[in-house]
Design a protein around this ligand. Structure first.
Ligand code: NDP
Length: 457
């Protein structure tokens, strides 16, 4: 894929960018290694001050930065502004709490291991490669970069080829915040050159957020090189509605959880599993609200749902929905937008069966799959009948039932009576084909550290 900004609202290429040649990639790898040695010698207080400076710059530059996101991948301008604000908050969170998360941990009674003192300490690994997607062009990167830089690692970003202006903005942000030159850099390269970078001896670990095939390929290279890898590969999160739920709140939240980011979020609710006793009432409210969403220009403040980020992404949705309808699903379709933009109408699919691709595959756009459950056990069985395991949401006012779902759902997270959101304060990641490892919180910051055991007599 060429490295370019193509506005999804018009389908027009607005800017193209040259890839970095081999010499430039080599220069950046050398710089990353140098910077990681420099960073390692700085204090947490110093890194914290630089992260605070980055948060301040982001806030000062919020409006122009939000416009970059909307122009490059089509998210609504209000959601773009919210993403920028969330990044500033995330940077401050690791600035304020990172040192405590990485504090030394002593063994209370060192005599049991024959030592005078024994403890563990966290040390940085060195340059970490981050292969990142276009759907949250700033947040996906910041949720890697803030903890990684606080821990003293250098970051190398290979961003998605359709968000180059966001990638270059991030390249400049950390340097302007005071971090040593090379502490965080963008590599302007296509996916085909990622393998070579992972295999470079200066790169110590790799993280990827994106599709399953991309994750498998990165994990294979990292495995062959015995390098730490963290993967976040999307999901088909269930949103389960049980009879005791507050149906009004559940329906309104279901709409928000499905169409967040124009439906292109790994943790968007994708499969709506509804108990038969409340099926008609819930689905009527859900369909009505999906149908009432305003689809259109993402720069228009009144728009709820903008275009799909890429032409290929829209084609995938068209094919998935056509396959379901051909096999007997019924579709209720919301507002369509004529013209050259890559718009896709909010769509609710009912009468879905396991013979349809939508039953198994991730729908990356405003398409909801609704499934009817005969009872709570059936709902849980449908929820777990997937190769993914990122997050989940269950709606009930019965505490015992909630506890059963909390324990029974095969997922990296369970949200009870709320939609899944990634918070800097909480660990984030999946099981099964949704990924390996965790981002965010103490667990996330420690992923790219050497946990060193110290024994002294
Ligand atoms: P990709 O997984 O292809 O892209 C994500 C990142 O990985 C990009 O930087 C991409 O680079 C890079 N990449 C792609 N293939 C490889 C590879 N073989 N080796 C190394 N790096 C690679 O996502 P798409 O944009 O193609 O989206 C396809 C689907 O992926 C979506 O429909 C959705 O299902 C899922 N997805 C999930 C996301 C999530 O948040 N978990 C985010 C985005 C997509 P380049 O752009 O240069 O190809």
């Amino acid at each position: 894929m060429a490295i370019a900004t193509t506005n999804p609202a018009t389908g027009r290429v607005e800017r193209t960018f040259e890839e970095h040649d081999a010499a430039e990639v080599e220069r950046r790898l050398q710089l990353a290694e140098q910077a990681s040695w420099e960073l390692r010698r700085t204090s947490y207080a110093q890194r914290s001050a630089w992260l605070h400076a980055a948060a301040g710059l982001l806030e000062e530059e919020a409006e122009q930065t939000a416009r970059i996101l909307t122009t490059e991948m089509g998210k609504t301008i209000s959601q773009a502004r919210a993403e920028v604000a969330k990044c500033a908050k995330g940077l401050r969170f690791y600035a304020d709490h990172g040192a405590a998360m990485l504090a030394d941990s002593p063994l209370d009674d060192a005599s049991v291991v024959g030592a005078e003192r024994a403890w563990t300490r966290y040390e940085p690994l060195g340059p970490v490669l981050a292969v990142m997607p276009w759907n949250y062009p700033l947040w996906q990167v910041v949720r890697f970069a803030a903890p990684a830089l606080m821990a003293g690692n250098a970051g190398l970003l290979k961003h998605a080829s359709n968000v180059p202006q966001a990638a270059l903005y991030l390249d400049s942000l950390f340097e302007r915040s005071g971090f040593p030159s090379g502490a965080f850099q963008t590599l302007m390269i296509g996916a085909a050159r990622v393998d070579g970078v992972i295999r470079d001896h200066r790169v110590r670990a790799v993280t990827l957020t994106g599709s399953e095939p991309a994750g498998r390929s990165v994990a294979a290279a990292a495995g062959a090189e015995v390098k730490k890898v963290v993967l976040e590969l999307g999901g088909a999160d269930p949103f389960i509605v049980l009879p005791s739920a507050d149906l009004d709140r559940a329906a309104a939240t279901a709409v928000a959880a499905r169409v967040v980011n124009n439906g292109q979020s790994c943790i968007a609710a994708k499969r709506f599993i509804v108990h038969q006793d409340v099926y008609d009432e819930f689905v009527a409210a859900f369909v009505k609200q999906m149908g009432g969403l305003r689809v259109g220009d993402p720069l228009d403040e009144a728009t709820d749902v903008g275009p799909i980020a890429t032409e290929a992404g829209r084609r995938d949705l068209v094919e998935l929905v056509a396959d379901a309808i051909e096999a007997g699903a019924t579709a209720t379709v919301g507002q369509t937008v004529p013209g050259d933009g890559w718009y896709y109408p909010p769509t609710v699919l009912e009468d879905v069966t396991d013979r349809m691709r939508v039953y198994r595959e991730e729908t990356f756009g405003p398409v909801a799959t609704v499934l009817r459950a005969t009872d709570a056990d059936h709902a849980l069985a449908i929820a777990n009948d997937t190769s993914f395991g990122l997050s989940s949401s269950v709606w009930t006012s019965d505490q015992e039932e909630a506890d059963r779902f909390i324990a029974g759902l095969e997922a990296g997270a369970v949200f009870v009576n709320g939609m899944t959101i990634s918070y800097p304060e909480l660990p984030f990641g999946g099981i099964k084909d949704s990924g390996i490892g965790r981002e965010l919180a103490a667990e996330g910051i420690r992923e790219f550290c050497n946990l060193k055991t110290v024994w002294t007599a």
